[in-house]
Design a protein around this ligand. Structure first.
Ligand code: FES
Ligand code: FES
Length: 251
């Protein structure tokens, strides 16, 4: 992800919007998941396997539109097929060397299944944000140095900018949008709010997910335990002291 693109993303985004992305309550208003509420930058077709719907975003400013799936389109030659199996058969027939298993993936994100096509070099961070609309997953350095892109993969904190989406088929992925239960924050999210463990909020989704994973395996971590668990995370606001204090000792 280019630095220019990141600057474009950050432009005009208020502190309140960052806090929304973090799935936190601000000023008494309930703010949570931004999934599917923000615009996508890439035209794509996504199939929710459990509901047979398509989420399709066509412009930078338009919100995703959900329609009933009636046809499957080969994104390369534009041919239309009545079923996914028919599209797969066509794909295999005209491109016998194509790696179907590397092109279609079954991503399980926050409890939902997304059977979708990805490019072989798409990172998980890119797919989560630009193809599925989970904008709570941030992208900072895009090369594994800041931790803001952290998601849980089968419960393990993972830098999604370093992982290819094609490697994630069948894995259980949790983004920040998957932590709160509707309007009910998790105890750790609420503690972040209560203890000012948030400044601009850009690092917050990553540290909340890493902290959640730490507490799952170690309910009463020491401050050093927390520092070790968050050693790959940077806070541009220099607020890591408050973050460590919020997680240390448990909830
Ligand atoms: S964006 Fe992934 S580690 Fe920085
Ligand atoms: S709160 Fe701003 S980057 Fe951490």
């Amino acid at each position: 992800m280019s630095e220019e693109k990141n600057k474009e993303e950050l432009k005009g985004v208020s502190r309140r919007e960052f806090l929304k992305d973090a799935g936190l309550v601000v000023g008494g208003a309930t703010v949570g998941s931004l999934a599917f509420m923000s615009s996508c930058k890439t035209t794509t077709t996504v199939t929710n396997a459990s509901t047979s719907t398509v989420t399709k975003s066509t412009t930078v400013t338009s919100p995703p539109v959900t329609t009933t799936l009636s046809k499957f389109i080969d994104p390369i030659d534009g041919t239309e097929w009545p079923t996914l199996d028919a599209l797969k058969a066509h794909f295999a027939a005209v491109r016998p060397l194509a790696q179907l298993s590397g092109t279609f993936v079954d991503l399980k994100v926050n409890g939902a299944d997304y059977y979708m096509q990805v490019d072989d070099m798409d990172t998980l961070a890119f797919v989560l944000r630009d193809k599925l609309g989970f904008f709570g997953t941030k992208i900072g350095c895009d090369n594994g140095q800041c931790g803001v892109c952290t998601v849980l993969v089968d419960g393990v904190p993972t830098f999604s900018c370093l992982i290819l989406a094609i490697e994630m088929s069948g894995k259980k992925i949790t983004t920040i949008e998957g932590l709160a239960d509707g309007t009910n924050l998790t105890p750790l999210q609420q503690k972040f709010v209560n203890t000012d463990a948030i400044q601009c909020g850009f690092c917050t989704p990553g540290v909340l997910l890493a902290g959640t994973a730490l507490l799952a395996s170690n309910p009463k971590p020491t401050a050093d335990d927390v520092r070790l668990a968050l050693s790959g995370h940077l806070c541009m606001c220099q607020n890591m002291k408050m973050v460590v204090a919020a997680i240390a000792g448990g909830i």
